[in-house]
Design a protein around this ligand. Structure first.
Ligand SMILES: [Mg+2]
Length: 259
């Protein structure tokens, strides 16, 4: 018999819900059932507003008791939210310093302009201060997928920008984000960082956790969790995750009943 996890952690986009979209009601129901039996974490590179619109607003059937078992880790665990006193409270945020932010904003704009990537027609602001992360989105945060795809079909522009910005910010980490975006954070911030924080905060060892993600391939943003040795379940979308939970939840319930 395989040992059952005490905590199940999930990536958000394309694992619990389609990218930038709300949870399907079927997935919301499964999560509520899962929260009855184990601790649950959602960890993503996205910010809390994305967790609110994709997850929280769609968990309306969850009791305060169930929600108290849900751990939210936006921006790869540099922020941490828990449900306490009937509200989602930020427990901590490891933000960039004002100096780090100012340098990141200045360098990325200057380099983007010099490479000819500073677009004048955009959907929302190009630069965004996410507290623990500065994000450059070539066409703005709200650009339609078709425009984003057309902007940089080969990934060449994004990579050129990433490399040039990294060269000027050696103390920070500059990564490719979405299809037109580049993220600037402290060094060493990825989902493995967040999972280590989670083990520290909950007292649950990594060995007693399972992580579910859609990008566990070596180039994917979930890969650092696999590389650190956490048990992982690879999915190709929320339907796969739902199928996995349909099996896991009865096993967890049976184990709880036997205790
Ligand atoms: Mg994903």
């Amino acid at each position: 018999m395989t040992t059952l996890p005490r905590l199940v952690a999930f990536d958000l986009d394309d694992t619990l819900a389609p990218s930038k979209s709300p949870l399907d009601p079927a997935m919301a129901e499964l999560l509520v059932r899962l929260l009855d039996t184990v601790e649950v974490c959602i960890i993503s590179g996205g910010q809390i507003s994305q967790f609110r619109s994709q997850v929280i607003e769609n968990l309306t059937d969850a009791s305060p008791e169930a929600l108290s078992h849900l751990h939210l880790m936006p921006t790869c665990g540099t922020q941490y939210y828990l449900y306490q006193n009937e509200a989602w409270n930020q427990i901590y945020a490891e933000n960039l310093t004002e100096d780090e932010k100012a340098r990141a904003l200045e360098v990325v704009e200057r380099v983007a302009r010099s490479l000819g990537y500073w677009e004048s027609e955009t959907w929302g602001p190009i630069l965004e201060d996410r507290g623990s992360q500065i994000t450059f989105s070539a066409l703005g945060q709200a650009a339609p997928v078709s425009a984003k795809t057309a902007w940089d079909t080969t990934g060449e522009k994004k990579n050129a920008l990433r490399e040039a910005v990294q060269a000027e910010l050696p103390d920070l980490e500059v990564r490719s984000g979405g299809s037109t975006s580049v993220d600037i954070t402290r060094q060493g911030i990825d989902k493995a960082y967040g999972m280590n924080k989670l083990a520290e905060l909950t007292g649950i060892p990594l060995d007693d956790m399972i992580f579910v993600g859609d990008r566990l391939d070596p180039a994917g943003n979930d890969y650092p969790v696999k590389a650190m040795g956490v048990k992982c379940v690879a999915v190709e979308g929320w339907h796969d995750t739902a199928a996995y939970l349909e099996k896991l939840i009865p096993e967890l319930r049976a184990a709880a009943a036997a205790r």
